[in-house]
Design a protein around this ligand. Sequence first.
Ligand SMILES: Cc1ncc(COP(=O)(O)O)c(C=O)c1O
Ligand SMILES: N[C@@H](CCCC[NH3+])C(=O)O
Length: 438
Amino acid sequence: MYIQKGIIQKQIEKNFIFDNIDTVALAKEFGTPLYVISENIIRSKCSQIRNSFLNKYPDTKAAYASKAFLTLAMCKIIESEGLGLDVVSGGELFTAISANFPMGKVMFHGNNKSYEELKLAVTNSIGRIIVDNFYELEVLQGIAKEHNKRVKILFRISPGVPGKTHKFISTGQTDSKFGISIEENSINLAFKKVLASPNLKLMGFHFHIGSQLFDNRSYINAIEIVTNLMKDLKEKWQFTTEELNIGGGFGIGYSPNEKTKPISYYVDPIMKNIENKCNQLGLKRPTIIIEPGRWIVGEAGITLYTIGSIKEIPNVRTYISVDGGLPDNPRPALYGAKYSAVVANRPYAEKVHTATIAGKSCESGDILIWDLKMPHVKSGDILAVLNTGAYNYSMASNYNRLPKPGVVLISNGKPYVIVEREKYEDLISKDKIPNHLL
Ligand SMILES: Cc1ncc(COP(=O)(O)O)c(C=O)c1O
Ligand SMILES: N[C@@H](CCCC[NH3+])C(=O)O
């Protein structure tokens, strides 16, 4: 989401308007830092998934990868849009259960699910468990037996296809902690084990190549490999793959020169290749599942900050510090992620210099944006960092004992608090002082 001069010029002459709301008024009413999420943008993304994927191709499913951004309200939006939910922890699962999300539409991922997490999933009759490894297979069989259930599972496999993305968010390569290796011995062992697990029903496979992918080639390479595997397994074990989950990872534009691609850019060639390969190999085309996170929610969010100190080092750099930073958005520090921003109380002021937006935590690496073209700003101005909807709130920490910002959902032009801002009291609410220190 980028502001363009000319569009709704009248409204935006003064302040930056996000989803029909004056962001400066939001900052005043709810304080900063503040996550702002547009229900409208999330719903429009879900509708694009319906139109360009679910309604276009029969026998397909889509689940939202909730690790990108999850709250009770988000569960309700996703449920009403008809999508499923992908969770990766007991905490995400508990959120879905608490929101009464239809459990049959929940898929559980993770490379080291605990006994308790798996039990929570089994006793709540979760739709699918994506089994990542042999240890999990054994634990899950035990739990399913204990509860007298037959649990539907997919095997997560690592297809040996690296994602063209930051090293930390590439997952499809052979050297990965995720998934069962695709080499023959591992797959054979997995089949032997699952066939000896009467309480588990293998439905098919899952792979996830990586996140923030702009190239559809890696999906196609993985499909080539996985359909060949499906053929081998059909011959060797008479196994029919009913479901193939090709993960998420569809990229979004974070800066004006990086455009978000439509969902069709990914799913059209993916579907074409799967259909062709299945025809070629004499296989039934399985149900195809996608699970995007960032693509649904990334552009739906902005973060509002108040500018505080401004430090000019002549001939070196100007640091403009804001009242949040690494604890509410660790992505620039973790992945070198690049964001863009706008001065919300003067969005069209002429950009006259270059400055660096620094966070307030006690780390030199806490820089939200390096070398941003800026108008002159003063302390008290409001800065809106754009496209922060994915992996910001969900990755936030209390580093330096900074309370986490609240989340405001914009719905039909009105703001609703969906997560309250933390207070100092929240920070010490779990602390205990042993008697000898009192
Ligand atoms: C298994 C799995 N599915 C889906 C996703 C969602 O990724 P993204 O938000 O890039 O769509 C991830 C995260 O990378 C993942 O690990
Ligand atoms: N947390 C990552 C993406 C998710 C990776 C999960 N496999 C990011 O902020 O880009």
